[in-house]
Ligand binder design. Structure first.
Ligand code: GLN
Length: 271
């Protein structure tokens, strides 16, 4: 089959399986074919095996093995959460607040960094930032290392550890900014999320019985690590704005930022 025929057949199969945005998905999947020649039999087989994998619910990002966040290309795969566009809300919110506060070379820490999407975007977008990234999972750590290298972001200080414990390695008032997209899905909700998410690591999603476990750790153990006047920016689930805001008693200027769908997606505050 020619590229065009493969494209049409893949669209038909994906649409038949009820997958949305088939044209976009197929455009991405076509990247798996060689760019410099028409596909041969073995390319065609590999392509349709990817299409079938996608039909089984396996995430597109994992099939491609890479995904872009705010213009930075990142390796992704099983064992690490794929970056979502929603996460741009807490990153942009932090950039705006730092600018408003006139903080130009901030010490920033990204908690539960995963693929490193947030840390890498910040280290690129704030030229004089000193960015640290904390991650516990072995699988995610490998992706974090590879993504730091891929993006020439070796100025990021990566810390392998549990945010419950490694907080003790830092003095109080060490950071101008703390940012996190922690696991925030309620344990009993995880199995009801879309099929693609069942392939993603529960460790990156499960926020305990009320979804708030990590925010409590951040409020108790990390808020003290923020300098006075420093900024905290947290991604949240759409129903968690009030509860998360309520955990930060000593904070000023608590604001809720919405995502592109108009749903609450980040809590941002100043100490
Ligand atoms: N946004 C993810 C989802 O619900 C959740 C990410 C997280 O728990 N931090 O698909």
């Amino acid at each position: 089959m020619t590229r065009r025929e493969l494209c049409r057949e893949a669209e038909k199969r994906l649409a038949g399986a009820g997958i949305e945005s088939t044209a976009c998905e197929v455009r991405e999947l076509l990247n798996l074919l060689p760019h410099d020649r028409e596909p041969v039999q073995s390319d065609e087989e590999a392509f349709f095996s990817a299409v079938e994998k996608r039909i089984s619910g396996f995430p597109l990002q994992y099939i491609l093995g890479e995904w872009s966040f705010m213009g930075y290309d990142l390796y992704v795969g099983e064992g690490v959460l794929s970056p979502r566009d929603d996460t741009e809300v807490c990153v942009r919110g932090l950039l705006d607040e730092l600018k408003k506060a006139g903080i130009s070379s901030p010490a920033v820490i990204d908690l539960c960094s995963g693929s490193g999407a947030i840390a890498i975007a910040l280290s690129k977008l704030i030229p004089d930032a000193r960015v640290s990234a904390v991650e516990l999972s072995d699988h995610a750590w490998d992706y974090l290392m590879r993504n730091i290298e891929r993006n020439n972001a070796s100025d990021i200080t990566a810390v392998k550890g549990d945010i419950n414990i490694c907080c003790d390695d830092f003095e109080d008032e060490s950071f101008d900014a703390i940012i996190s997209n922690p696991p925030y899905v309620r344990t009993d909700e995880i199995s009801s999320l879309q099929k693609e998410i069942s392939f993603e690591p529960a460790m990156a999603l499960d926020g305990g019985s009320d979804g708030l476990i990590f925010y409590r750790v951040i409020a108790e153990k990390w808020f003290p690590k923020l300098k006075r006047g420093g900024i905290m920016s947290l991604e949240i689930g759409e129903t968690q704005a009030q509860e998360v805001s309520g955990l930060f008693k000593g904070a000023e200027d608590i604001r809720i930022l919405k995502d592109i769908q108009g749903l609450p997606r980040a809590v941002i505050l100043r100490k």
